[in-house]
Design a protein. Sequence first.
Length: 314
Amino acid sequence: MSSKFTTLIILILTNLLLLQCGKTDQPPIPAERKREFANILYNQQLHLQAVKEYEEYLRNYDLDAREEANISYQIGNIYFDRLQDYENALAYYLRIKYLYPESNLQQEAGRKIVACLERLQRSTEAQQAIEQTSALDESQKPESRPGDVIARIGAREITTGDMQYELNKLPPYIQSQLQGKESKIEFLKQYMAQELLYDSAKRKGLDKDKEVLEGAFQAKKSLMAQKLLEDEIQKEVNLDKYSNADVELYYKANKEKYAEKDEKGNVKRIPEFQEVAQKVAQDFMREKQQEAYDRLVERLMKAEKVTIYEDKFK
């Protein structure tokens, strides 16, 4: 191989490398479509997935400062309003405050920072943040969340996504009763009334009322205990752990429980397992959950060395 040919190959390879290095990886999906997809996920109540798409949109696309601040605010709102993850929400509101000082979201981000700190029970820091936050004027109105605006409370917009989120928190049998236009409007009115009452109570300082604070503490304690129970019992009791044979065995041991009786309480007929299988399965799981609860409480009492002085009771 001649030296001239070798030199030519080297030059070609060098040019190819330079061209390759000069390329910038462009996302295959247009920015507008990426953001629209994130909005769709949000409106479908897929909030964690929406956050992931919004974060990729922030990370991979060439956005101006205004758009970056708006997306950061949107992510913060999802964490705050939908996921009740106040630490991550706080991080995104602080991002707006410190990285985008010219953003028209500064005042609203400041308010949300206060709200996050209050929910994280960091009262001193919340008070400091309040002192730094002034009233929100019309020029600082935040960009609305995805979905059509269906109502307003002052400057605050309520979207179809907001309403659907509230509906989804209701038990299924109540949701089934709220399908028509009139029933949805009535539900929206009730929701807005609750928001107005809350805002009014807060302006009067009732968030610091002793009875409210005690009630909130007791409610929190109850919810925490309930969540622990759900998590612990779910670990031990899951229908997937049991077979149909387990349920049928339970039925055979408790046949009289499912017997049809006359007015005097005499057994007229004992239905076949297939006839009452669903109820048997529910009773079976309920019994297993009770057993798991008893074991959990007994374990905790032993761990904490609980003593009950029964002789002190009359």
